[in-house]
Design a protein around this ligand. Structure first.
Ligand code: ZN
Length: 259
């Protein structure tokens, strides 16, 4: 069972907010976190359990208890990255090092947690909506399972290169826009024991999350980001004695008697 937490800043599409965006509400009537949670739930009740959390909850909904019970955290944020408490970012960061998976969607490229994990600005070239086609450039990767060599995404907010991220372990998807931009749309990283996937589609007023291949990629990513290596990274014991010394001691000196 993979325990997934979907985190959303929940601003654009929050119906209780004064500056709400009616178009975003139309795309995500129950909040963007529910749109994404629904995609993950399609993996089946026997495979995943899904909870949601958002910015305005106490501790942004990411208490120690919740994070300790999360195998894969999915993050969507856009206008309120700066309101995410640094102490919570540190907590998420340490959990990733300990082996929790992280999927950063779309504008989460500028989230504090993604920037911290990259160690770069994560800036990119932004343009308004354009027609996007996505190419699978690493077809053998588990996240590309069931995805054709390319698919039509349609109108999506345009992200272009240069995308200032750390060199990815793998670039799995490449986006092409009809206004002449390209973008590394799907990239993986590892930090500590944790696996990370960045995926570019998912602007709040477009319908990327309805695309069958986008849904499948997110589902594949949840499975790939899951790791059964879960141990405190920061508390890794400092080995003061060499492994050879330990082996010889365990052999009670018998080994040395031969010399
Ligand atoms: Zn956007």
């Amino acid at each position: 069972m993979i325990k997934v937490t979907v985190w959303n800043e929940y601003k654009h599409e929050n119906p209780n907010r004064e500056k709400r965006d009616e178009k975003a509400i139309a795309c995500h009537p129950n909040g963007l976190h529910e749109t994404v949670a629904e995609i993950v739930r399609e993996l089946g009740e026997d495979k995943v359990s899904v909870r949601t959390a958002w910015l305005e909850q106490p501790e942004h909904g990411l208490t120690e208890e919740v994070l300790n019970d999360t195998d894969v955290l999915i993050w969507w944020g856009h206008m309120s990255h700066h309101l995410v408490d640094d102490a919570i970012v540190e907590r998420v960061y340490n959990r990733v090092l300990d082996g929790m998976g992280l999927i950063a969607l779309h504008s989460a490229h500028y989230s504090k947690i993604f920037k911290k994990l990259n160690g770069t600005t994560c800036s990119l070239k932004w343009r308004d909506g354009a027609y996007e086609r996505i190419f699978t450039v690493k077809p053998a990767h588990p996240i590309a399972r069931g995805i054709p060599e390319h698919f039509e995404l349609g109108i999506e907010e345009c992200y272009g290169e240069f995308f200032d991220i750390a060199t990815p372990d793998d670039v799995i998807f490449q986006g092409w826009y009809d206004i002449g931009e390209v973008f590394r749309s799907g990239c993986t990283f590892t930090r500590g024991y944790g696996k990370i996937f960045y995926f570019q589609p998912g602007h709040e007023t477009n319908y990327a999350f309805q695309n069958v291949y986008v849904r499948k990629i997110i589902q594949n990513a949840v499975e790939w980001c899951y790791s059964d290596v879960k141990r405190p990274y920061s508390d890794a014991p400092q080995i003061k004695t060499t492994l050879e010394a330990i082996r010889l001691e365990n052999a009670e000196g018998d080994y040395l008697k031969h010399f």
